[in-house]
Design a protein around this ligand. Structure first.
Ligand SMILES: O=C(CO)[C@@H](O)[C@H](O)CF
Length: 533
């Protein structure tokens, strides 16, 4: 590629719930530069907690779109300070927390196309949005719209068959329907609706960017087999919705344009630097983890999310099937739970004096199986079951009001991993002799926690040098977009496999203990779903 004077690098971005991250990789897939902006601490003027605003109804959860834009301004300066040679960046891709939505105001495209490189992005785009607070994946305020959408298409199973998922409160279709109903004039003033992934791509190319197939699969609007908007689902929202979404839906590894003049002039990016479609954080994680057929990826972040590669869709009522970001004719199975790292932190704070060292000591002081005690800890209304609150059961499956600190600590971690295993099995996962658990996300750096993960799945747990697979996956997809004619993705990333480190093996009694516990957990979860939802 002419114009590049030295070693080329590829830049990946990830706009997650709590921060905006980036890595640059070289030809050998080594990380040569990274930077991040943490919303709560680096942008305190937006007064977010965990990167979000939880509303008083305990259901609505949003995040300020201008915070994300200001974070990109800061990130670019931090990459410069950390030594990134912008002129060496050959390609960029990125990912974003899934399902959230951004509402560009009429006329915003003109502003986006004419940004002045002497000014910050956030200064120039402050009046470009109809909604300053974007709904995000933690929202659970759209149960009414979900039931109506399922009814509109002929039931939950039919919707899952078409879009890969039954209706979920956080999915974009129901969120848009709620805005059409409750903020109709805002919707009418909207020129373009983006997911958070392609919103970030818009900033990089200086124009509206298309939604990609993988993140688009998380909207309850896309037909995952036909790879097009489903007319029934669109009309459930409003017949003009496709004009606002854009009728183009692109494969996740497709080039969508060049980096904008704004970034060339302000930071020195090469005008030849191309931009590849941005996708959801979980599809990007799947790419970053080089997931094989016997692998389960477990992302232990704000959300605890697990995914598997699927050669054919097997939609279920308590999991999701998305288009695969690497091969558009394949799929990925995904299950997601909202109460992830923030719940572990709450238990750490209440049981372990806010100390991870004490948390780990308590965890290691209790036996596998936790004397038969099982806990469910839902700080926020969970995705499945749609329940909030704490629920504790003793070895006789009788509900109890409290556990000792060490029992509570283990019950929280075992319970979170038992539910991941149960729902991964409903998507087709079956633990076997070659099963590998690939762990990513903040908690994957905690040896005590990942040991419990290995025991519950009765399988070895691997991780690798960086705990954030989404941002690495984005950089890899940026590189793959220009090489996919000559090499398969797995051959391109083969050398990364050597970076996987075995960090935990199951104990010899783990299989028996947790095969038994899984059955009890499944029954107790069903009881909760019936009694509490
Ligand atoms: O809702 C989810 C997946 O369906 C979460 O994993 C979000 O993508 C986290 F940002």
């Amino acid at each position: 590629m002419e114009g590049f004077i030295e070693e080329k690098v590829w830049l990946g971005l990830d706009l997650s719930t709590q921060q905006l991250k980036s890595v640059a990789i070289n030809e050998n897939l080594e990380i040569v530069c990274e930077a991040s902006v943490h919303f709560d601490t680096d942008l305190p003027e937006f007064r977010t907690v965990g990167g979000v605003h939880r509303h008083d109804d305990n259901q609505t959860v949003t995040a300020p779109v201008l915070m994300w834009i200001k974070a990109l301004d800061m990130l670019m300066d931090r990459l410069r300070v950390n030594g990134l040679e912008f002129g060496q960046v050959a390609g960029i891709s990125g990912s974003g927390q899934q399902h959230g939505s951004v509402y560009w105001k009429r006329g915003a495209r003109q502003t986006l196309r004419n940004l002045e490189s002497s000014k910050f992005l956030h200064e120039q785009l402050s009046l470009s949005f109809v909604l300053l607070e974007s709904p995000i994946w933690m929202d659970s305020s759209t149960s009414k719209q979900c039931r109506m959408l399922e009814q509109h298409v002929g039931g939950a199973e039919q919707l899952a068959e078409i879009t890969g998922s039954r209706a979920y409160e956080r999915f974009t279709g129901s969120q848009i329907a709620k805005i059409i109903e409750t903020k109709t004039e805002c919707y009418n003033q909207t020129e373009r609706i983006c997911l958070i992934s392609n919103f970030l791509a818009c900033l990089l190319i200086g124009d509206y960017a298309p939604i990609d197939l993988s993140d688009g699969s998380g909207m309850n609007l896309l037909d995952i087999k036909k790879k097009e908007w489903n007319q029934q689902c669109i009309e459930f929202c409003r017949s003009d919705l496709v004009e606002k979404l854009g009728d183009q839906i692109v494969p996740s590894n497709e080039t969508i344009g060049m980096v904008s003049d704004y970034f060339v002039e302000r930071y020195g990016f090469n005008p030849q630097c191309y931009v590849v479609a941005f996708t959801g954080d979980n599809p990007a994680s799947l790419a970053g983890m080089c997931l094989g057929p016997n692998d389960v990826a477990v992302s232990l972040g704000t959300s605890d999310t697990a995914f598997i590669s699927l050669s054919s869709p097997k939609p279920s009522l308590d999991g999701h099937v998305f288009c695969n970001p690497i091969n558009e004719n394949h799929y990925m199975g995904l299950i997601c739970f909202k109460n992830g790292s923030l719940t572990r932190e709450r238990i750490r704070n209440t049981c372990a004096d806010s100390s991870w060292d004490i948390f780990n000591q308590l965890l290691e002081s209790t036996p596998r199986g936790n004397f038969g005690n099982i806990g469910f800890y839902f700080d926020m209304k969970e995705i499945f079951p749609v329940v909030s609150g704490d629920f504790r059961y003793n070895r006789f499956d009788a509900e109890v009001s409290s556990f000792a600190a060490e029992v509570e600590t283990r019950a929280c971690v075992e319970g979170q991993f038992l539910r991941i295993r149960i729902h991964a099995e409903s998507l087709g996962f079956k633990s076997g002799p070659n099963t590998r658990i690939l762990a990513t996300g903040g908690a994957s750096a905690n040896q005590s926690i990942v040991k419990v993960l290995a025991d519950v799945f009765n399988a070895p747990v691997y991780t690798y040098s960086i705990p954030n697979s989404a941002v690495l996956g984005s950089a890899l997809l940026a590189k793959f977009a220009k090489e996919k004619q000559n090499i398969s993705y797995y051959d391109m990333v083969l050398k990364l496999n050597s970076n996987f480190t075995l960090i935990a093996k199951p104990s010899s009694d783990a299989g028996e203990i947790y095969d038994n516990m899984v059955e009890r957990y499944r029954k107790l979860e069903k009881r909760l779903e019936n009694d509490e939802a």
